[in-house]
Structures are given as structure tokens and as C-alpha cells.
Design a binder for this molecule. Sequence first.
Ligand SMILES: *Cc1c(COP(=O)(O)O)cnc(C)c1O
Length: 225
Amino acid sequence: MTQTSSKIVTARQEILERIVAAARGAGRAPEAITLIAVSKQQSDDRIAAMVATGQLVFGENRVQEAQAHWQDRKNQMPDLKLHLIGPLQTNKALDAVKLFDVIETLDRPKLAAALAKAMDKAGRQIDCFVQVNTGEEPQKAGLSPQEVDGFVADLRQTYDIEPKGLMCIPPVGEEPAMHFALLRKIAQRNGITNLSMGMSHDFETAIAFGATHVRVGTALFGPRG
Ligand SMILES: *Cc1c(COP(=O)(O)O)cnc(C)c1O
């Protein structure tokens, strides 16, 4: 085994163990939590090493970069699942629907319309999560908390999209727990089951607050770039 692969095997093992411990600590079943390995800006070597560990679920934040790393791999390994965790432009909706299995960043009616149309055209239904800007940061994508209920109703009625989950990225430097709690509360009142929350530095807290999907990049792969 190369040094890169043994590092990645160890890192993944460690994160999986921490997920199990956090789940048990919260009285939850570890199987209820999916680890999304965030491979954005990682080298193809590291990605290959991670795939070789048996990791099947990955996250990318750009459509083009994801196509380069994942199109061939997904054709060869149909079990691989890819989540889009970065902003999506409507003109890339069709490409995204063809490649990704989950879009976690649905946050506006125009994008809902584009995704509904793209799914029709591609003959492929994929899961959508609604992104919530829990910290109401102006530079960040996502709906503000008070907009979510109306948007979810609109998704169901107008676009025939049943949102499978909610996603958030808490503000840097703030205690993430209150954001995770808020996301869970919004999901509960809207009858939405999945919560994508928690990254390298706070996934254990997210699990304590009900995360079903944690998005871990640097703690698995090492620094990006
Ligand atoms: C990059 C990114 C992650 C992973 O962040 P790490 O700190 O490397 O774990 C998770 N979620 C989103 C939306 C990201 O853009």
C-alpha cells in the first residue's frame, strides 16, 4: 500500500469510529448516519485511495470538477453515490441531474423549476435537500429560516418535488449547536426526515442534534489544494 492509501484508510477508520461513538453517546443507531466524503479540490490519487477503502458516498461542490473526477468512476461502479453540496446555477441543472444522486443545495423556486424540468428530460429522479442559511449570512446561499416552510409547500405543490432533507453550513466562529438545533426544528415541523449537517470540526455535535448525513472533507483526505 502507498503512503497516501494507508493514511486514507486510517483516517476513514478513525472518522467512522468517531461517528459510531457520537451516535451511541446520543442514543442513536450508528447506521442512521451516512458519512459523505467531501472530495472537492482533492487529488485524483487521494480520491482513488478513498474509493478503494469501500467508501461509496462522496460530496462535491462544483459540477465540472465533479464530472472530471466521477463520471467514469460512476459508470464503472454504479453503487457510488454523489452529493452536490455547492451552489447550482440553473444552466447546469441538467448536467447535475445526470451526474449527481442528491442535490443538497436547492434554495430557490427558479432552481426547483430547472431541476424538475431536468429530471423529466433526463428520465431520472434524484433526491433534493433544501439548503437553509441558518445564520442568515448575506454572502451565503440558502433560504433564511422563516422562508423554508413556504418554499417546502411550494416544492410539493408546484414542482412535485418531495424534499428528502435539509442542509446547513453554520457561520464560521459561531457555536454550531444552535444552528443544528434550528435545522432539526424546521425539518420536524415540515415532516422532513434527513439532516445534512456537520463537517470535519463539528460532526460529532451535529450527530448529537440528529444529523443523518455528515459532510467530512479535510479530516478524511487531508488539506485541500
Ligand atoms: C467543503 C465542504 C465541506 C467539508 O468541509 P471540511 O471542513 O473539509 O470537512 C462540507 N460541506 C460543505 C458544504 C463544503 O463546502
